[in-house]
Design a protein around this ligand. Structure first.
Ligand code: MN
Length: 360
């Protein structure tokens, strides 16, 4: 074949590195026109430059590789729409981070003694559900909602009796469900999460029936206009604000790592055989596990959803948002979410907490 470019020449023309080109080939994003069977040398056709440039531009936009692959395979008009959709989501996520940054600036600034600042007193309304689902023999999911604390824990392991590792974890946190100074919110919740991890480790070590068991833990502790979040595993916390649903947690799972690397799309992940395998959880291992932790601002009108994978694996984000928008009452919303998971086959235990922050 003539007219083909070496990987070096093509990389220069496309303003991509040869290393990036090899990765894009591996991912099926930009496959060379010819690969020499003997040497493995890749050669590219000049017509491929257009696609390569599009890939480079989308990377500069920060778009994940899996999504770039989708855009590249669309006709131009649909590709334009997809880029617009992606950018709208980036801006929405940035808004949430901007709020967090503003909160942190205020939080870290020396506080004036003046307390005349007008703040709206806030209250919480909540609903909590756990459900066995339609397939599992026992329910190992646990959930808690109180005036200060919201938590879900998805227990796993061979033991299916009443006193679950998820209970052990939540019991440690429930002690926090009282008045806590807003300034020490995150410390208090992180300490409790650490105690929960230690309690789970001790319990597993003490009882052979619990070998191989563990639990996820996702919890929110709320005080004043602030909220602390700790998270380990693949249960999730979401925030519905201004009609948009934001995911506040990152799954500690094998498939999430594949998604982060651009090797899998969210859609592909839903049916991936390894989707339930966790890379982090509270369990019986030797090493203490560090949960993700952060502090966020709270606004009247915020609605929080905490749920185990028994809900979010079978009920997608758009459907979660639709239910949370449609059902004003937290109890009605929680009931409908559990019903939807069971309507989708109820393949796993389901835990969910729906909580509204309202002006008191
Ligand atoms: Mn589960």
């Amino acid at each position: 074949m003539t007219g083909l470019l070496t990987i070096g020449a093509f990389a220069r023309a496309a303003r991509l590195s040869p290393k990036a080109l090899r990765l894009y080939d591996e991912l099926g994003l930009l496959v060379p026109a010819e690969v020499d069977a003997a040497s493995g040398y890749r050669r590219y056709a000049p017509e491929q430059l257009e696609r390569a440039r599009l890939v480079a531009w989308l990377r500069r936009l920060g778009m994940p590789l899996a999504r770039i692959r989708v855009v590249c395979d669309l006709p131009p008009a649909a590709a334009a729409e997809e880029v617009a959709r992606y950018w709208a989501a980036v801006e929405a996520a940035t808004d949430v981070r901007r709020d967090l940054a503003a909160f942190l600036v205020a939080h870290l600034s020396p506080e004036p003694e003046d307390t005349t600042m007008t703040t709206t007193p806030l209250a919480i309304r909540y609903a909590v559900r756990t459900d066995r689902g339609l397939v599992r023999e026992a329910n190992q999911d646990r959930a808690h909602a109180g005036s200060r604390l919201l938590a879900v824990a998805d227990g796993f392991g061979p033991y299916t009796g009443p006193d679950q590792l998820a209970d052990v974890a939540i019991e440690e946190l429930v002690r926090l469900d009282g008045a806590i100074p807003a300034g020490s919110l995150l410390d208090a919740l992180q300490d409790a999460a650490r105690r929960a991890g230690a309690a789970v480790r001790e319990r597993v070590a003490a009882d052979p029936a619990l070998a191989g068991g563990g639990t996820t833990l996702t919890a929110l502790l709320w005080s004043g206009s602030r909220l602390a979040l700790v998270h380990v595993g693949d249960s999730r916390a979401y925030l519905l604000r201004g009609g948009e649903l934001f995911r506040l947690t990152h799954d500690h799972s094998v498939v999430q790592e594949l998604i982060d690397d651009g090797r899998l799309t969210e859609e592909e992940a839903a049916s991936h055989p390894q989707r339930a395998i966790l890379v982090r959880a509270l369990h019986g291992g030797d090493e203490p596990v560090t949960p993700d932790a952060e502090v966020r601002d709270v606004e009247p009108g915020d609605r929080y959803l905490l749920c185990s994978d028994g809900l979010h694996t079978v009920v997608g984000g758009a459907q979660l948002r639709a239910v949370l928008l449609a059902e004003a009452d937290p109890d009605a919303a929680a009931d409908r979410l559990v019903a939807l998971a069971n309507a989708a086959g109820g393949p796993d235990n389901i835990a969910c907490v729906v909580a509204d922050i309202v002006a008191a």
